[in-house]
Design a protein around this ligand. Structure first.
Ligand code: GLN
Ligand code: ZN
Length: 784
């Protein structure tokens, strides 16, 4: 570097080396474990299939951990996390650590091994899996602990200390990470048979002794730091919960002596009350905040930050793929340093990098310009370090100036802006959009046309995605097979799926989505403003990963996207064939969204594109159109104060897509994952004709809202069996479920369908399960 950066005193930059020891330090909250090319996924799946051994799996895992630690160490990161690796899920790891294995898995004590661990995660031939649900507002799913007054906790998985030692043996001193006791308990649910009102926090005294054992273990292994992830603090906790939080950490005080303690929060602002509670903790050395999503936290820090404590400043976005605006981050860090003092600021990521893609290096197909706007986990590590170093006078001028050039090129690129779309959005945004007739009237008109039996059966969209299908799509994309051959192959697949559904006796058919790789990518590829990575995978649950598209510019639909395929499928059957679209909110929530305009602006752009598609399908004679909003619920902001605004624009965007269709066109929507009770009024306000909802893994929690008398007059199909598990539900079991639903829902509105799409299952499972489902529906129909 030749000249001193303007923001720093020139003396600093003239003697860089001597300042290294007093550098602002750097820290990473957590790192993706799936591997830059999904190595862990493939190792897990071949292990589960019995094709490889425990050793094989463990070797792949150890190599991944090693390369992650080495990368961070080489980059110069001071505080490198360990125990952020997981074979399935970090909450499940904590359940294992605490020995909180539900009795149905037959665990008999001792260190928890893969058989028990994976049975909890995935179920086995005789027992279903534990429930899985969204991790805060991300698309990551954790395994929900099942707790009750009788659970005996014990230190049953030594993973945290084993990983710490493993890194140490590699010469890397790490920062062990645990999910904090408050977050663990508050994300649990009462086990089966336990009162719903059971206070999960009452178990705090029972789990802390195990935490203390873990801490003692880590200390004797030589750990000097411990990070507790307590993202639950960003939720609106009440006074007694906050008191319990403070008590829990005071309780651990003696065990924490000799350790530096970081409490990491992320995903949103920490509410003022929680911030106060946090700051009152004596045993804590540092506090971590998400300064990307939580801009108000800065004000709280300004008002009060205890002297002598460290501030872990999460300025590098862990949930997006955009290159950090380094000079903007420097400003933030400078402000923080002015408040809390020199050497008290630690540069960090806003949250674990688990939620972003792994390594940009593997993106060889992205064009250079776009690539220059991006940073994945591996690059974010470098950004964190560069920011930290620049504060100690070793500013990497070349990196900073290339960064600001890249920021400028993104801001001014004509690829980003499309004035006419912006005008269209401005025109719809302010007015309301609704179908003109009321839903019960529409349903009558549709029934006249469709003539469906009571309790109509349907599926959610996809049928098994075989390796053959994946290969065909790949070959077509790579132009190895002709379009004619490709269309022919997909057509044959449709015919197979249609025939199967007719044989099974399903009432409303689907085409099976053979032409689609992924429900968002498929549409993104056909819309403008989207870009795709080759390896930008993000873990969704277990070995499942998603590859979110990148929305970098204004969105338009150059031409119809599904009409060709849907009308082909409709012609194969007399029964109604659902047109299948992904809704705007889901496309938004499952993409990496631009950070240079509000999310809702982007969402309305997508809604207008989908609206055109819906209307084209209708014109082509498709009378039932499903617009999946699988991810509407998960985009709900964590803070109560922000939820209404989100729900209003999200539901509005959905209605825009179908407000223009005739009464006789039946609009379905589908949503994944439980916890709908709190947004039921928004679901009703979506004004779909039929909604299918995942339900079976949430113990009928979904239905409780109907017990409470919410009036619901549209069609509804709460899933009757879990498609995430290979287990085949019996007809009796499904019939029982339907009966339970009929206790709260009118038989005129109830639909019978699985929880979600069938793409992850095989045909043997699907045939057996659907045949039992249809049998159950027929049985109950005959009793109506
Ligand atoms: N139509 C999609 C499918 O069946 C819906 C998937 C989802 O809800 N995640 O695959
Ligand atoms: Zn679903």
């Amino acid at each position: 570097p030749s000249s001193a950066p303007p923001s720093l005193p020139s003396a600093t930059s003239r003697r860089p080396r001597f300042y290294v020891a007093r550098a602002m330090s750097s820290h990473i909250v957590g790192y993706p474990r799936i591997g830059p090319k999904r190595e862990l996924k493939f190792a897990l799946e071949s292990f589960w299939d019995g094709k490889t051994s425990v050793d094989d799996l463990q070797n792949v895992a150890a190599n991944l951990r090693k390369s992650i630690w080495r990368h961070m160490a080489d980059a110069g990161i001071k505080y490198i996390p360990s125990n952020t690796f997981s074979y399935y899920d970090q909450m499940l790891d904590t359940t294992a650590m605490l020995g909180a294995v539900p009795s149905r898995y037959g665990w008999e004590g001792g260190e928890i091994g893969f058989d028990v661990y994976f049975s909890m995660a995935r179920g086995n031939a005789s027992v279903p899996a534990m429930e899985m649900t969204k991790w805060f507002d991300t698309n990551y799913h954790y395994i929900v602990p099942e707790l009750g007054p009788d659970v005996e906790f014990s230190y049953a998985s030594h993973k945290a200390v084993v990983e710490f030692k493993e890194a140490k043996a590699l010469g890397i001193d790490t920062f062990p990470v645990l999910i904090g006791p408050m977050t663990y308990l508050l994300l649990s649910k009462p086990a089966k048979g336990v009162e719903k009102s059971f206070c999960l926090l009452s178990l705090i005294d029972k789990i802390l002794p195990v935490y203390k054992e873990v801490l003692a273990d880590l200390k004797s292994a030589g750990a000097r730091w411990i990070q507790f992830d307590e993202p639950i603090l960003v939720m609106d906790l009440d006074t007694s919960q906050l008191q319990a939080f403070c008590d829990a950490y005071s309780h651990m005080e003696s065990s924490l002596a000799g350790l530096n303690v970081l409490i990491a929060t992320y995903f949103a602002d920490v509410p003022a009350e929680a911030y106060k509670a946090l700051m009152s903790l004596k045993c804590v050395t540092g506090f971590g905040f998400d300064l990307v999503r939580g801009l108000e936290t800065l004000d709280l820090i300004k008002e009060n930050f205890p002297p002598g404590k460290l501030l872990f400043a999460g300025v590098v976005d862990g949930r997006n793929i955009w290159a950090n605006d380094l000079s903007a981050s420097l400003k933030t860090l400078q402000t923080l340093e002015d408040i809390v003092g020199k050497e008290k600021v630690v540069v960090s990521t806003s949250c674990s990098l688990l939620h972003t893609a792994v390594d940009l290096v593997n993106e060889i197909k992205l064009d250079k310009e776009l690539k220059s706007w991006l940073a994945f986990a591996a690059q974010k590590v470098v950004e964190v370090n560069a920011l930290a170093k620049s504060f100690s006078g070793v500013k990497d001028e070349a990196l900073f100036s290339s960064n600001s050039m890249r920021q400028a090129s993104r801001r001014s690129s004509p690829r980003v802006t499309n004035v006419s779309v912006q005008q269209d959005v401005a025109a719809v945004k302010e007015s309301d959009h609704r179908r003109s007739t009321e839903v019960s009237v529409r349903l009558q008109a549709q029934q006249k046309k469709l003539n469906l039996p009571a309790l109509p059966t349907t599926t959610i969209g996809s049928f098994p995605q075989t390796t053959d299908l994946r290969r065909i799509r790949r070959e077509f994309k790579a132009k190895k097979i002709s379009e004619i051959d490709y269309v022919q192959t997909i057509k044959e697949e449709y015919e197979k799926v249609v025939k199967l559904q007719e044989e099974l006796g399903i009432d409303v058919l689907v085409h099976g989505e053979a032409e689609r790789n992924d429900m968002v990518e498929y549409f993104g590829e056909q819309l403008s403003g989207f870009a795709f990575t080759s390896n930008g995978w993000v873990q969704s649950y277990g070995s499942r990963c998603v590859k979110p598209p990148i929305i970098y510019g204004d969105v338009t639909r150059p031409k119809a996207m599904t009409v060709f395929w849907s009308s082909m499928a409709q012609k194969m059957t007399q029964r109604p064939m659902k047109g299948m679209l992904t809704g705007p909110v889901t496309i938004l929530n499952w993409s990496f969204v631009r950070n240079d305009q509000p999310r809702h602006e982007t969402c309305f752009q997508i809604a207008l594109a989908i609206k055109d598609e819906v209307e084209d399908l209708e014109k082509a004679g498709v009378t039932v159109i499903q617009i999946d909003e699988a991810a509407l619920r998960e985009g709900l902001p964590l803070r109560n104060s922000e939820q209404k605004f989100y729900l209003d624009w999200a539901v509005h965007a959905f209605r825009i897509t179908n407000c223009g269709v005739q009464d006789t066109t039946q609009i379905h929507t589908h949503m994944c994952y439980s916890n709908f009770n709190d947004i039921i009024h928004s679901i009703i306000d979506m004004d779909a004709d039929v909604i299918t909802i995942e339900n079976s893994r949430s113990d009928e929690k979904l239905l409780s809202v109907f017990h409470e008398g919410v009036k619901y007059s549209a069609g509804i199909g709460p899933g009757v069996y879990d498609i995430h598990s290979p287990r085949i539900p019996s007809a009796e079991e499904i019939a029982e479920r339907i009966k339970k639903m009929l206790a709260v829902l009118d038989s005129k509105v109830l639909w019978v369908n699985p929880d979600c799409g069938l793409k992850t299952r095989n045909y043997t499972e699907v045939k057996a399960a659907l045949s039992n489902m249809v049998a159950a529906a027929k049985l109950i129909r005959s009793q109506l």
